[in-house]
Ligand binder design. Structure first.
Ligand code: 5AD
Ligand code: FES
Length: 349
């Protein structure tokens, strides 16, 4: 059998939505600029088949910068004594939803560090109130690892979706990015449990995180292929000055875009955001993400006075803007490349 070329692999991804580990490694290591344009077009075409020129928005509300965890890459890790900590009150969170609803948001994402203040009782109360006020909206939680009972209670209270990036599909690599108390197995079993409970579930990983190899990325893609999450969040690693990863280089724009395209072809209907991290490493990063197969953007709905303190990585964009400004900015950016932001829950079908 003659070995596959990069173009063969792209063709196979486009038609059969599959690739082996060796093929993924080969593609990621060897893809030329011309081949990347072929891949990009195939991914954009696949996204257009399912979503047309529609881009879904999610209103991101960063509810707490407290975190009991200590992930080595993250600016909110508990050992970062320089981090400014805040948490939003229930009323502040509901106010964000009120203004978001008026702007056309139909999904609210409550994201935060692992903050003991946000007990099941507190979060369930907030979820119920959002669903009472806005029965036509989806609520997404992104609150880290919680126990199975907790995740079930939040689901029963009305949460529709849960984001929990797996961060890396390689156990050894996982161990180099996280403190010993954290476990890869728990991460993955939590993801499987979320899906089994009925959440629309989001996995995901960083591109270019310290010590990452191409093989690790191929395994990330295979895990996505196996888990079949409804959503996948990927963005470049960006160093944070107060972490021990401060001197590692940021992830590559080109590689992130290649991976977005591969994910779109592996799972054509997946909800795939062009992330804030992508917009942080390149001024037109989110537009490029959409052109490479992404179909979601997540403007910030957090109160402006706290935005700069939700500092996962350095130089995060949109810390000085109001929600309406970010939405208008993104609307303009999307129109410029031929896409329209829509008022829609943007569920997985
Ligand atoms: N650079 C890029 N992304 C990061 N995240 C955390 N720290 C960084 C960083 N330094 C991502 C993780 C996490 C998500 C909320 O942000 O993937 O799951
Ligand atoms: Fe926030 Fe452009 S999206 S300023």
């Amino acid at each position: 059998m003659t070995p596959m070329t990069v173009n063969d692999i792209i063709h196979q991804l486009s038609t059969a939505h599959t690739a082996s580990r060796d093929e993924l490694v080969y593609l990621l290591n060897n893809i030329t600029d011309d081949e990347q344009e072929t891949l990009r077009r195939a991914a954009q075409t696949a996204a257009r088949e399912h979503f047309g020129n529609r881009v879904f928005i999610r209103g991101l509300i960063e509810i707490s910068s407290y975190c009991k965890n200590d992930c080595l890459y993250c600016g909110l890790r508990r050992s970062n004594r320089s981090a400014v900590r805040y948490r939003l009150t229930r009323e502040q969170i509901l106010d964000c939803c009120d203004s978001g609803y008026a702007l056309g948001f139909r999904t609210f994402v409550l994201q935060g560090g692992e903050d003991a203040h946000f007990t099941d009782e507190v979060v369930c109360g907030i979820v119920r109130e959002i669903k009472r006020r806005y029965p036509d909206c989806a609520v997404t939680l992104s609150l880290g690892e919680r126990g199975f009972d907790s995740l079930r209670r939040l689901f029963d209270a009305g949460a529709d979706r849960y984001l929990l990036r797996h961060e890396t599909a390689d156990r050894t690599h996982y161990g180099r990015l996280h403190p010993p108390q954290m476990s890869f197995d728990n991460r993955v079993s939590t993801l499987r449990f979320l899906k089994a409970l009925g959440y629309q579930t989001g996995a995901g990983f960083m591109v270019g995180s310290p010590f990452q190899t191409t093989e690790n990325l191929a395994d990330d893609l295979l895990l996505i292929q196996e888990l079949q999450p409804q959503m996948c969040g990927i963005g470049p690693f960006i160093p944070h000055k107060d972490t021990e990863f401060r001197d590692f280089p940021q992830g590559s724009l080109r590689l992130t875009l290649t991976l977005l395209s591969v994910i779109r072809l592996l799972q054509p209907r997946i909800l795939l955001p062009a992330t804030t991290a992508l917009g942080t490493i390149a001024p037109n990063g989110r537009e490029l993400g959409i052109l490479h197969g992404a179909n979601v953007v997540m403007p910030n709905l957090s109160p402006r006075e706290h935005r700069k303190d939700y500092a996962i990585y350095d130089n995060k964009i949109c810390t000085g803007e109001e929600a309406a400004e970010c939405l208008e900015c993104l609307r303009r950016r999307m129109r410029y490349i031929g896409y329209e932001i829509v008022t829609d829950r943007g569920d997985y079908y």
